[in-house]
Design a protein around this ligand. Structure first.
Ligand SMILES: Cc1cc2nc3c(=O)[nH]c(=O)nc-3n(C[C@H](O)[C@H](O)[C@H](O)COP(=O)(O)OP(=O)(O)OC[C@H]3O[C@@H](n4cnc5c(N)ncnc54)[C@H](O)[C@@H]3O)c2cc1C
Length: 475
């Protein structure tokens, strides 16, 4: 079976890796990976600058989503996995230019500890009272239509919790807007919880108790895993390790696929002047590219795929000499709610989040900008973006920590255009309609961040699954 993989981001690479494994194990399979850029990895892009690992794209993945660490181990990177430094984990939210820590006991968006929540400066008194009353909410009928994350959170904890918690947390993950994102897709567990318990706080406490009881029953010692896992040399290590295991002749860089045609005997894949026949196609490009390529094959499918919104964002890494700064607040960094009216959405103190990736005495501040509400920033020059971030850092952290006159040793700006899919309200239904149309096109599989999870682990899972399904057809 000849398989074309379109897109050499982590989803396409994971698919290629799986096909290569099958080929080596004797399956009658050949693959060609088409990548429009001159390099593989897509959003995974890291560099070492002045001895510090700088991530242009993702800096890590969630440890509990096993597929990423599993793949790292398979490709020989077990010793390179670095846990997040959770002992120093503290996140701040910017509230009227001041850094306010997230209160203890917050389980994602749900407050579960009375005293820290009551004492927190993050919420006003009316919001705290509302959080108390939330305990009384009755179960919600199941099967109601999807709604936005903002609407779900507001029903439970009020508007201020949307502005100061849900929105900044989700901007930091999706570059997204809580009023647009689908609750059923982004917070599926919470939707289930409110159908069962009503109150999300009661539901979270019950889940916590059950977990604790299960742990005691099994006599198991509680092992706490780090929340995030990174790679010592950056995410590019994963790209390099996978690439080293692929057949170099199967990889076509700087080769965008420009047209697809479905024929009785398979698929015709055109890249520039060349058109080649394949038995199957794994579309691992962004959904908007997949939509454009597939619309001549199936107009309705093309429209569904093109209808998945994407956000654009900017990452900006600044390397400083620690001796020139005042003491940074103890923590991983801060999130900036949209209501603060700033360009920055978040800033990570990267040298603290993962230890051993920055030389001693150096500080790496990684700012995240843009997102659905501020795409215009992508048109600004690097100089202007660096100046904006330095000004905002100085205003938020205080001049005694980072005066505007302290020059960074290095600055790195990366623009990510239409890189992060947004799971808008109704995403689950859209996914079902897409799956039905794909099932009618023999040999087509989709992978990537537009469908079942935005994170690196989900992209790996889908890429490998697409490849396995096609290999299984060989029989
Ligand atoms: C700034 C940023 C920070 C992030 N942080 C995290 C994080 O910390 N943790 C986490 O888990 N996730 C994070 N994510 C999300 C995650 O990195 C991405 O969702 C994931 O890497 C996407 O992989 P992909 O293979 O689906 O798509 P992509 O990486 O976008 O790859 C698609 C590839 O297709 C290629 N392509 C496009 N058109 C064509 C064509 N016509 N022909 C051939 N090739 C084509 C592109 O050049 C690209 O290489 C982040 C994303 C970004 C942008």
């Amino acid at each position: 079976m000849r398989i074309a993989i379109i897109g050499g981001g982590i989803a396409g690479l994971a698919a290629a890796y799986e096909l290569e494994q099958a080929r080596v194990a004797g399956a009658s399979v050949e693959y060609t990976l088409f990548e429009s850029r001159a390099r593989l990895g897509g959003a995974l892009a890291s560099e070492t600058v002045n001895g510090a690992v700088l991530e242009r794209g993702p800096d890590s993945f969630l440890t509990e989503k096993a597929s990423a660490a599993e793949l790292c181990r398979e490709v020989g990177l077990a010793d390179e996995l670095v846990p997040s430094n959770d002992a120093g984990r503290k996140t701040f939210i910017v509230v009227r230019n001041r850094l306010v820590p997230l209160p203890d006991g917050l389980m994602f968006l749900v407050p579960t500890k009375l005293v820290p929540t009551a004492l927190s400066r993050l919420f006003s008194l009316p919001t705290k009272l509302r959080m108390g009353l939330e305990l009384l909410l009755p179960p919600r009928p199941s099967g109601l239509p999807d709604e936005s994350v903002a609407s779900l959170v507001e029903r439970h904890f009020g508007r201020e919790t949307v502005d100061r918690l849900a929105d900044p947390l989700l901007s930091g993950i999706y570059g997204g807007d809580a009023t647009e994102l689908s609750a059923r897709t982004v917070l599926p567990r919470m939707v289930e919880m409110e159908e069962k318990y009503g109150s999300l706080t009661r539901a979270m406490l019950a889940a916590h108790r059950q977990m604790h009881a299960r742990g005691q029953q099994n006599g198991a010692k509680r092992t706490t895993r780090a929340i995030f896992t990174a790679l010592r040399g950056g995410m590019r290590q994963l790209v390099e390790a996978i690439t080293a295991r692929l057949d170099p002749a199967s990889i076509r860089l700087s080769t965008p696929v420009v047209a697809l045609e479905k024929r009785a005997d398979g698929w015709l894949v055109s890249s520039g002047e060349q058109a080649e026949r394949f038995d199957a196609v794994i579309m691992a490009s962004p959904a908007w590219v997949a939509g454009a390529l597939l619309s001549p094959v199936d107009a309705a499918l093309g429209e569904e795929l093109s209808g998945i919104p994407y956000s654009s964002s900017i990452t900006l890494n600044l390397v400083y000499d620690e001796a020139k700064l005042g003491p940074l607040p103890a923590g991983f960094g801060f999130l900036v709610p949209a209501v603060e009216g700033r360009a920055m959405l978040a800033c990570t103190f990267a040298h603290r989040k993962f230890l051993g990736r920055t030389p001693p005495g150096k500080v790496v501040l990684r700012a995240f900008l843009g997102g659905m509400r501020n795409e215009a920033l992508l048109a600004e020059s690097d100089e202007s973006l660096v100046a904006t971030v330095r000004r905002e850092l100085s205003e938020i952290l205080g001049k005694s920590v980072l005066s505007r006159t302290v020059e960074p040793e290095a600055a790195q700006v990366t623009r990510w255009r239409r890189a992060m899919a947004q799971y808008a309200v109704g995403h689950q239904e859209r996914k079902q309609r897409i799956a039905a149309r794909v099932a009618a096109l023999a040999g087509l599989r989709l992978a990537g961040n537009a469908y079942d999870g935005i994170g690196v682990p989900a992209c790996i899972r889908l890429g490998r699954k697409a490849a396995r399904e096609l290999v299984a057809l060989i029989g």
